[in-house]
Write a protein that binds this ligand. Structure first.
Ligand SMILES: [Fe+2]
Ligand SMILES: [Fe+2]
Length: 241
């Protein structure tokens, strides 16, 4: 049994398949703020620890779906990177123009009655710019280096030379940028009352808020995979070389 309210949210998120979906549902931060014990995280989010534990227990008892989920503990790092690129970088790049388009329409029509929409648009544009630059650094510099590191380790060769010294340096920078994206998401959540459209909202308004909510959930999962699986495993691999 892996379950204990004293374990950190991050530990539970990496140990129990589907735990991240449960944390998402309850609004528990499992990526950048995942270092807190579950008990404290529930108290802070004003939710019942017993209810969360019950859901986690059910998740633990159910078998992981081996066909759809990569085993993030044991998959090769190159495989993990391919998954992050296909499932998350691809999604972010696809959703940014769609959400910007929706924002354009909704802000033009509803901003007078809902002035908070201007802040939603500003915050999303800043987040989008930050994310596109961030992902480019991962795709051009960090991920190819991790792939080379894994290749060298598997053929018994020394670790490749890196322009940035230890891999801990770019990882630290990526984690700081994740933190900044997390703050932007939190701001969006506050501005939109947790992505709840007004009662009389039109279809575009509802579509926009649903898209922003999905964008948030995807980014949490994306950051979780990098912060809690890819980066620590890459640092450990470098340490072996
Ligand atoms: Fe990424
Ligand atoms: Fe990242």
């Amino acid at each position: 049994m892996n379950l204990s309210a004293d374990k950190t949210v991050r530990e539970l998120a990496t140990e129990i398949p589907n735990a991240t979906r449960i944390f998402e549902k309850f609004g528990i931060d499992y990526c950048c703020g995942g270092g807190k014990p579950l008990q404290a995280a529930c108290r802070q989010a004003h939710i019942s620890l017993d209810e969360v534990l019950r859901c986690l227990e059910d998740a633990e008892a159910s078998l992981p779906d081996a066909t759809s989920e990569l085993d993030f503990h044991n998959a090769g790092l190159t495989e993990l990177i391919a998954h992050i690129l296909a499932a998350h970088h691809g999604y972010v790049k696809h959703e940014i123009p769609r959400i910007k388009q929706l924002l354009l329409k909704v802000v033009a029509v509803h901003c007078a009655g809902h002035p908070e929409l201007a802040g939603v648009q500003r915050t999303f544009h800043a987040l989008a710019d930050e994310l596109l630059g961030h992902m480019m650094k991962e795709e051009v510099v960090l991920f190819p280096y991790i792939e080379k590191l894994e290749q060298a380790a598997s053929t018994g060769k020394p670790a490749p030379r890196a322009p940035f010294g230890s891999i801990r340096n770019p990882v630290r920078m990526m984690e700081m940028e994740h933190q900044s994206s997390g703050s932007a998401l939190e701001h969006l959540r506050n501005l939109t009352s947790a992505y709840t459209p007004p009662e009389n909202a039109c279809f575009s308004y509802k579509t926009l808020y649903a898209a922003l909510k999905d964008f948030e959930a995807d980014l949490h999962q994306h950051v979780h995979l990098e912060n809690n699986f890819l980066f620590p495993r890459a640092i450990a691999l470098e340490g072996q070389g």
